[in-house]
Design a protein around this ligand. Structure first.
Ligand code: TRP
Length: 353
């Protein structure tokens, strides 16, 4: 092993997960984050949350509501932020994230993210950031091409590195950001000695959840189905959902492989053996789109029912959610203080022993 590699693996072994403050001692650490967009939709549920819920048993997990990241898109109108954080935290708990198993907290309540962000910002060039695809794609949508927006991935790197996280569960669109976090950890370790864990992406197979217009599900496109929606709202949204554009009348033959409703059946009607039931009935024209959608609505509503019930239970006690977030921040702060103490020592910036 080269000296450099030895150094890096030393930092990874020294990870605080095995020595300092731990929620689940001896386990590798995961950091995951989501912007506070308010009520979550089934795309968020299948694309991230279910995975997080599975991971909380095998890893020491920190789940962060990244409110500072939300400011990079909208910093003037912050009035709704608190509600969006609350609603999202309720959805997280309703989906099965367990505050006994993982820390659930708000980014801005753990100031160390900002401190490490500042330090890391010295170690990366502006052209590296302006070349990132996420920057290029989103730059024109931003009200202002701000300094904060440019630093979005550096803040994300700080979110990850400040916990000594080994793995970050994200979709493919975020893998460049995780690569950047890994690169910043390597640079830090190169300049100041092995200190930061070099994280990697935990890519998982994520089912494709199309929106009701057949495009990617997104709240801003209003093609989403919220976890919180009522059964009636869900059915009404599905009724209007796009299908195979060549299937205009009930008896027209359809093509399940191009139909977004069929994509959702693949996720929510798996128990019906759809390849042998729905698919051939659609192809032959025997099954009309309206009936097909109503079968989907029934299955989707059944899947979401336990979460919806849990949500009602949780919401009876507003204080509970804020307590969970406060306790989560305490755990997060304990962990980040250990890492930041190492960072300050490594940088010879602990002026008073
Ligand atoms: N950029 C992520 C997204 O848009 C959100 C995020 C912020 C994040 N910090 C993070 C994700 C740290 C994982 C780890 O989805």
């Amino acid at each position: 092993m080269s000296d450099k590699k030895k150094k890096a693996s030393k930092a990874n072994e020294q990870s605080v997960g095995h020595s300092g403050y731990s929620i689940q001692p001896g386990k590798e650490t995961i950091l995951s984050g989501m912007q506070p967009t308010g009520a979550l939709h089934i795309g968020n549920l299948e694309g991230a949350l279910r995975n997080w819920v599975d991971l909380q048993d095998s890893y020491e997990m920190f789940c962060c509501i990244v409110d500072w990241h939300a400011l990079t898109a909208e910093f003037k109108d912050t009035a709704g932020l608190k509600d969006r954080i609350y609603v999202m935290a309720v959805d997280w708990l309703a989906s099965g994230l367990d505050p006994e198993k993982c820390a659930i907290f708000i980014q801005s309540e753990v100031r160390a993210h900002a401190e490490l962000h500042l330090l890391l910002s010295m170690m990366i060039s502006v052209p590296t950031l302006t070349r990132l695809p996420t920057y290029i794609e989103k730059k024109d949508e931003q009200g202002m091409d701000s300094y904060g927006f440019l630093g979005y991935p550096v803040l994300q790197a700080a979110d990850i590195l400040v916990y000594g996280a080994h793995k970050v569960p994200v979709g493919k669109d975020q893998s460049k950001h995780i690569w950047l976090a890994n690169d910043l950890a390597k640079r830090f370790n190169h300049y100041y000695g092995p200190t930061l864990v070099e994280p990697s992406t935990l890519l998982t197979k994520i089912p494709l959840i199309p929106g009701t217009d057949g495009k990617k599900m997104s709240k801003s496109m209003d093609n989403h189905i919220a976890i919180t929606a009522s059964e009636e709202e869900t059915s009404a949204k599905l009724k209007r959902m796009f299908t195979d554009p060549q299937k205009l009348r009930k008896n027209d033959p359809g093509r399940p492989e191009v139909c977004p409703v069929y994509k959702l059946h693949e996720v929510y009607s798996a128990s019906e053996n759809i390849a042998e039931t729905i698919a051939p009935q659609c192809r032959s024209g025997e099954l009309g789109c309206v009936d097909c959608k109503m079968r989907l609505a029934k299955n989707l509503n059944e899947t979401l029912a336990p979460m919806r019930e849990k949500r009602v239970e949780i919401e009876k006690n507003t204080g509970f959610i804020w307590d969970v977030l406060r306790d989560g921040a305490v755990k997060a702060n304990e962990r980040t203080e250990i890492v930041m103490d190492n960072v300050r020592s490594a940088m010879k910036m602990k002026y008073h022993d």
